[in-house]
Design a protein around this ligand. Structure first.
Ligand code: IPM
Ligand code: MN
Length: 360
């Protein structure tokens, strides 16, 4: 690929700062490689919404579609009612571009201090379903604001949607040394969706006979993530469970400021989107305190997705070297707490992380 057309959605709060660093790393690692990157900035987020009432128009979406990949910073702002930007922008991007694999590595890098006393070797990846579950927007509220109110969010699980994400997770497990897949759900209570997921894992396993599988209810999974995270290799789970356990995964791997993700369209019918797992952290925005590491690692995932594996490995190596040097700071710092909306939270000041120049 001689030229990467990159859609850049910096978004809100610290989004701009971390995306600037990610772009600098991208340009640095591609320098002299024969591959160029052409970034196009899309002004989306709180500012645009205040000015126009728009979150993501059809025209925006069509323009974004014409790119090879998307780099996103963070979405969400305390001045915008909760849900407006999350649903109208971030989730709309994931759904419209069919990002059915939300890939979230949980890796504890050497030198990074986990809050767990003896974490062991932690290196797993969560394949979180990205287009269904309770995120689909099915439901509503009747008699709102009265004592008789009934509010529902229906978890939608289609055989098609579950099968394609499960197949992707099996393929990822097969490509890893341990070849193990854990299904996380709650089939003792969510008997309809849970059994669909279980049957699907069983059926697709026939195509990947060398992959071993096991099952954990989501509540038990949170225990093992804390007591024995090294038991996990690939985890496949639905959209909401995946949201929750990947924040836990981030915490055990040194903090949300390090957690990278890819919203992948494996069929490549639309560009995939790479973003740090953290939110817009309005409390520390504009102060140069946000750690761009999660964005830089998301850039590494972007490069790998585009087939630039060597460049991806160089970015990861640079981050690993940086973390080896200053990673121990993480466990000692008080966690920055989300104050104004969910999904905020970068670690406080760990300087500049991987300066673009350190990627060789
Ligand atoms: C995440 C975030 C989002 C999610 C929110 C902001 C919609 O928490 O990327 O994990 O729930 O997926
Ligand atoms: Mn989340």
């Amino acid at each position: 690929m001689p030229n990467i057309k990159l859609a850049v959605v910096a978004g809100d709060g610290i989004g701009t700062e971390v995306v600037d660093q990610g772009l600098a790393v991208l340009e640095s690692v591609l320098a002299g490689s024969g591959t160029q990157v052409t970034p196009t900035a899309f002004e989306l987020g709180a500012k645009r919404w205040h000015a126009t009432g728009e979150t993501l128009t059809d025209d925006d979406l069509e323009a974004i579609r014409a790119h090879d990949a998307i780099l996103l910073g963070a979405i969400g702002d305390p001045t915008v009612p909760s849900g407006v930007l999350e649903r109208g922008l971030l989730l709309k991007l994931r759904f419209s571009l069919d990002h059915y694999v939300n890939l979230r590595p949980g890796k504890l890098y050497p030198g990074v201090k986990s809050p767990l006393a003896e974490p062991g070797e932690v290196d797993f990846v969560v394949v979180r379903e990205g287009t269904e579950g309770p995120y689909g927007g099915v439901g509503g509220s009747v008699r709102t604001g009265t004592p008789q109110e009934i509010a529902t969010e229906v978890s939608v699980n289609t055989a098609f949607g579950v099968e394609r994400v499960v197949r992707d997770a099996f393929a990822r497990a097969q490509a890893r040394p341990r070849k193990h897949l854990t299904l996380v759900h709650k089939h003792n209570v969510l008997v309809n969706a849970g059994h669909l997921w279980r049957r699907t894992v069983e059926a697709v396993n026939a195509e990947f006979p060398d992959v071993t599988t096991d099952y954990l209810h989501v509540d038990a999974a949170t225990i093992f993530l804390t007591t024995n995270p090294s038991r996990f290799d690939v985890i496949v789970t639905d959209n909401l469970f995946g949201d929750i356990i990947t924040d836990q995964a981030a915490a055990i791997c040194g903090g949300i400021g390090l957690a990278a993700s890819g919203n992948i369209n494996p069929d490549r019918t639309a560009p995939s989107m790479f973003e740090p797992v953290h939110g817009s952290a309005p409390d520390i925005a504009g102060q140069g305190k946000a750690d761009p590491t999660a964005t830089v690692m998301s850039v590494a995932m972007l490069l790998a997705h585009l087939g630039l594996t060597e460049e991806s490995a160089r970015v990861e190596a640079a981050v690993a070297a940086d973390l080896a040097e200053r990673g121990a700071e993480y466990g000692r710092r008080p966690r920055w707490a989300a104050t104004s909306h969910s999904a905020c939270g970068a670690e406080p000041p760990p300087t500049t992380a991987v300066a673009a120049g350190s990627v060789r």
